[in-house]
Write a protein that binds this ligand. Structure first.
Ligand code: NI
Length: 388
């Protein structure tokens, strides 16, 4: 069965929640108003349990089915945080907060999951327990990890976990997924190169840090092209290059390079780091400079589990008919990866139509995708834990 009648009826109400959240974006762990709004809606629905303050500002809610002979518990997750972007979408419910915007559609994800909660709280036509996870700080703050570190999975006995993300460029309301790696790991590096500053006219008395750092940038491009198996996918980008020289006639003493490495498996992740470290140390030494690399580990690879992916695709087929179940992986990263490290589960893409990409000031979440998203969560619950 496709979209359920009741979810179609709830569509305007859910859209209203979504637009309220859109007008009031909050960043990272500072999602206090958003979490309060979520908890308030859940309370109105009469869910069985609401626990705020998990992972600092996350909210966990429980809805029990009519029966619980299965002993099954599945977790459904949405992210709540916005981005430090000044909105330029032109919609009439645009952000009221200058410099903050729901530019990744997390307002949509939160509302979709609330919609599923409302439906399931009314019907409870399943045999087991559904746990609703509303997390803070997906955008760089590892809110999913913070919730896991607070004991999320064990405390609520979660056995499997599912989430979704809207996908611009995919037809609205359609679904796409793949087993295995879906989104990349993300690690940041900062390289400090120290040579010997001096007069631009006397290079023989200096060690030209700008030249050494330039050689490093060029050599780093060999990491992916010459050491990674060409069948694998790795990105290495140097994003910033700054020196402490402030004039054309000064040879810099120090340079700082910042960049990121994205991979789709942990072996490539380790190999890329090892090669970056070796190239930086060797290149600096060859020119008589010194260099230090500091790594900041970001999110791991988001890896969908095989059985849960097939199940998630079946649930999506029940909602939308055809489902792409071998979509190409993409190189952004996603902190749902941490939840998938703790429990089997799957992460689904939900089409958002022909809109600007996520993280763009003109991005618009397509409210027409809501019924499909909410229906998918409902299908997961009712199919995994069929009414006794
Ligand atoms: Ni996002």
């Amino acid at each position: 069965m496709p979209i359920r009648n009741r979810l179609a009826e709830l569509h305007p109400e859910i859209t209203g929640w979504r637009r309220h959240l859109h007008e009031n974006p909050e960043l990272l762990y500072e999602v206090h108003e958003t979490a309060a709004f979520v908890a308030e809606r859940l309370k109105e629905m009469g869910v069985d349990e609401i626990t705020p303050g998990i992972g600092k500002t996350g909210v966990v809610a429980v809805i029990k089915g009519k029966t619980d002979t299965s002993g099954r518990v599945i977790g459904l997750r949405a992210d709540m945080d916005a981005l430090p972007i000044h909105e330029a979408s032109g919609v009439d419910y645009a952000s009221k907060v200058p410099g903050k915007m729901h530019a990744c559609g997390h307002d949509g994800h939160t509302s979709i999951l609330l919609g599923a909660a409302k439906y399931l709280a009314e019907t409870r036509n399943f045999d087991g327990t559904a746990v609703f996870i509303f997390q803070p700080a997906e955008e760089g703050g590892a809110g999913a990890k913070a919730m896991c570190d607070d004991g999320l999975m064990a405390r609520w006995g979660i056995q499997e976990v599912y989430g979704l993300h809207n996908a611009p460029g995919v037809p609205t309301g359609s679904f796409a997924i793949r087993p295995g790696a879906l989104l990349a790991s993300s690690d940041e590096f900062e390289i400090t190169v120290t040579g010997k500053g001096g007069h631009a006219a006397a290079p023989h008395d200096a060690v030209d840090t700008t030249l050494v750092a330039s050689q490093i940038v060029v050599s780093l491009q060999s990491v992916v092209s010459r050491t990674i198996d060409p069948i694998k996918r790795v990105v290495l980008t140097v994003g910033t290059f700054n020196t402490d020289s402030s004039a054309s006639n000064i040879i810099a003493h120090q340079a700082i390079l910042e960049g990121t490495v994205r991979t789709l498996d942990s072996e490539c992740r380790a190999l890329a780091q090892e090669r970056v470290n070796a190239i930086v140390a060797g290149t600096a030494a060859a020119f008589g400079a010194t260099a230090e690399v500091v790594w900041t580990s970001g999110y791991p690879v988001t890896v969908n589990h095989d059985d849960q992916t097939a199940f998630a695709a079946d649930a999506a087929r029940a909602v939308a008919g055809d489902v792409i179940d071998d979509v190409d992986p993409i190189m952004p990263s996603e902190d749902f990866a941490y939840m998938l490290e703790e429990r089997p589960g799957a992460y689904m893409f939900l089409g958002n139509g022909d809109t600007a990409q996520c993280h763009h000031p003109a991005y618009v979440f397509d409210d027409e995708a809501i019924p499909a998203g909410s229906s998918w969560f409902v299908e997961l619950v009712e199919r995994r834990m069929p009414a006794a």
